[in-house]
Design a protein around this ligand. Structure first.
Ligand SMILES: [Fe+2]
Length: 136
């Protein structure tokens, strides 16, 4: 199953939206690798790409929040850092227990659900603030 990007996920901030699209593309690469039984090396690689891009994206979002004195920055940063820990734990579990179906499916669902909820809630609020306080 692929996770389709649609306009309901658009925050209206170009950089954030482009990065969110990239996150979906990387999530879909992981789903593809899993669906087509690509094997451990490929699963590990696509998962690492996704994890690394997530970290980069969070850093860019946080930089924007600092730049525009976003009042909810500390909370947003904590949410990001909690999710980074969740991903780290899942990657660790997969490495330890093997890339079995149950763990892989759980990982994909957790990441996809988190992204969808976070974008529609926290990121929408943050992007609206940043847009209102910058000359975009
Ligand atoms: Fe965010």
């Amino acid at each position: 199953m692929q996770y389709n990007w649609d306009s309901a996920l658009e925050t209206g901030h170009e950089l954030i939206d482009n990065q969110h699209k990239q996150l979906f593309a990387k999530l879909n690469s992981l789903v593809d690798a899993y669906d087509s039984n690509k094997g451990k090396a490929e699963l590990e690689k696509t998962l690492e790409f996704l994890a690394a891009y997530t970290i980069k994206h969070f850093a860019d979002e946080e930089e924007l929040q600092v730049k525009y004195n976003y009042p909810d920055y500390m909370r947003h940063r904590t949410i990001h850092s909690d999710f980074k820990n969740t991903v780290k734990d899942m990657v660790e579990q997969l490495k330890q227990n093997g890339y079995n179906d149950k763990l892989m499916e759980e990982t994909i669902v957790v990441v996809a659900d988190w992204l969808l909820n976070h974008i529609k809630g926290d990121d929408f609020r943050m992007a609206a603030y940043v847009k209102a306080h910058s000359n975009m």
